[in-house]
Design a protein around this ligand. Structure first.
Ligand code: BDR
Ligand code: CA
Length: 316
């Protein structure tokens, strides 16, 4: 089994990523660390606590990450993001308040400790602003040689961005952090829009969750229908919602789901293309490429596994 730390800005597809991890017999969800993006850190931590409880796993520990990019002094959720994930981040669905709180240790320190403890068995999956994981690598650069990998959802190499023609949302939240992650030398797999916009969910699937007649099934269906509705309004040509963050978790557990291109990546941190993820010309001919950029995905195999695992979990 792979030990996972999910570093989430718990919005809708992040919550689906939690469900995927909890429904995976080949995964051990060590903890969730909270970042910002779809929601504030505090809202994301609260969502992670509440969602794990609703899904029957109150034992999952949740740590609080950094609340904003280092370059700016604060963070506020954008109007566009609120339209996609809802003001509460989980599609305006009301679920019981969590009965437990976050751990007192900061997420950065927890990640550093976990890397030393679990080594190659540990894969970290950041699916929001890369601020916390970048800070952990800056504080303890040795992590890069300890962990099994960092499978991040973010960026776009072969397709356009989703917040601008260049930038994908998780990178746009903190381009400096994403750039330092790519340059850290850590073994990064980039699961970007190149692949996540090919793995789509529709109401045909959410109906099967609702038909289970369980609180978890109702929650997952209601929350995801909000997301599907937002995608229908914003990107009707897709015909469904992108399973961004669950695909990153699935790839962390089974890298054969995607085809990757080894390439040293960088992020444009200034200028009009701020937030763009692109191959680094200065490191193009380095003997080792530390990033594997996913450029293709086995859609039926992933979608089949996604439905199987999440439906089994929601059945209870
Ligand atoms: C990414 O941005 C967030 O809105 C989603 O949760 C996902 O991690 C997609 O661009
Ligand atoms: Ca996310």
């Amino acid at each position: 089994t792979t030990k996972l730390i999910l570093d989430l800005d718990t919005g809708i597809d992040d919550a689906l990523a939690i469900a995927y991890a909890l429904g995976s017999p080949d995964a051990e969800l060590l903890a969730i660390t909270g970042t910002f993006g779809n929601v504030t850190v505090d809202q994301g931590v609260r969502n992670a606590l509440a969602v794990t409880e609703l899904l029957g796993h109150p034992e999952v520990k949740v740590y609080r990450g950094l609340p904003h990019a280092s370059r700016v002094g604060s963070f506020a959720v954008s109007e566009g993001t609120r339209r996609i994930h809802g003001a509460n981040g989980i599609g305006e669905v009301t679920i019981p308040e969590p009965t437990r709180g976050p751990e007192s240790e900061p997420a950065v320190d927890f990640i550093i400790d976990a890397a030393a403890t679990y080594g190659k068995d540990l894969v970290i999956v950041p699916t929001g602003a890369m601020t916390t994981i970048a800070a952990a690598l800056a504080k303890a650069p040795g992590i890069k040689d300890q962990v099994g990998g960092i499978v991040m959802m973010g960026g776009a190499l072969t397709v356009a961005g989703n917040v601008s023609a260049w930038a994908e949302a998780n990178i746009a939240q903190d381009p400096d952090a994403a750039d330092s992650l790519f340059r850290s030398g850590a073994p990064v797999t980039m699961v970007g829009l190149d692949v996540t916009l090919r793995t789509l969910l529709t109401t045909a699937e959410t109906r099967t969750w609702r038909a289970l007649g369980t609180p978890a099934g109702d929650f997952l269906a209601d929350m995801t229908d909000y997301y599907i509705g937002a995608y229908a309004a914003i990107a009707p040509h897709l015909g469904g919602c992108g399973l961004h963050d669950p695909l990153a978790v699935a790839t962390a557990l089974d890298p054969t789901l995607v085809d990757t291109l080894p390439i040293n990546m960088r992020v444009d941190v200034d200028g009009p293309t701020r937030g763009r993820t692109i191959g680094d010309p200065a490191r193009l001919n380095d003997p080792v490429a530390t990033t594997l950029a996913a450029v293709d995905v086995d859609v039926p195999r992933f979608l089949g596994r996604f439905m199987e695992r999440i439906t089994a979990l929601a059945r209870g």
